[in-house]
Design a protein. Structure first.
Length: 202
């Protein structure tokens, strides 16, 4: 007996494609594989149900960027497909957050495998990308000295070690640290997390 989480019909799939004929073929493949398809096309801020996977035709860089931005913001995994994709293109898309890539045309077994993998790793990837984006937005609001302190915090330096590195008094460094904590919110551990997450985007 299958577990409730493993049942594919519990994982709705939003199809993003400009070709109505291809959409009908993809819907048929997904329905035969046991998935529910959503009658939605992502143009920006549409809300998808929890657990949804986005299956998008990788037609243009612009379409990819819209789909990826939506998936990161809503923490939905993204699986792409296209005809004869180059290895470089697949690697680039996956390095930017796509959880899978299918060669079109694909069959229901290939689709089911890609969606199942995306459900596992894709949500984690999108969550990390969302946290990275939020950390970058917070960092953009910091002064140069506060960013410097954040870098040293992420590296594990004490206030005394930072003061030596920055040529400042320890009291001045403590003031920068308190401003940093006030700006990013949370507690004393928050800057460590933000510094750690943001270091992956560099």
């Amino acid at each position: 007996m299958q577990n409730e989480v493993e049942r594919p019909e519990k994982w709705p799939v939003a199809i993003v494609d400009d070709d109505p004929g291809r959409i009908r073929v993809v819907e048929t493949i997904l329905i035969k594989a046991g998935y529910a398809t959503l009658d939605q096309v992502l143009h920006g801020n549409e809300m998808l149900p929890a657990g949804a996977v986005v299956l998008a035709h990788d037609s243009t860089a612009e379409r990819f960027n819209v789909a990826l931005t939506h998936c990161v913001e809503s923490v939905h995994p993204l699986v792409l497909y296209s005809e004869f994709p180059s290895i470089a293109r697949v690697v680039e898309r996956m390095s930017r957050g796509a959880a899978g890539y299918l060669h079109w045309p694909f069959n229901r077994e290939e689709a089911a495998r890609a969606i199942a993998l995306a459900r596992g790793a894709g949500v984690k990837t999108m969550t990390l990308l969302k946290e990275e984006r939020q950390a970058q937005e917070l960092i953009a609001r910091l002064t140069g000295r506060e960013r410097e302190v954040l870098g040293y915090l992420a590296a594990g330096l004490t206030s005394k070690q930072m003061a030596i590195q920055m040529g400042l008094s320890q009291r001045t460094v403590d003031i920068f640290r308190s401003h940093l904590i006030a700006k990013v919110g949370g507690n004393r551990a928050t800057p460590f997390k933000i510094g750690f997450i943001s270091s992956f985007g560099e």
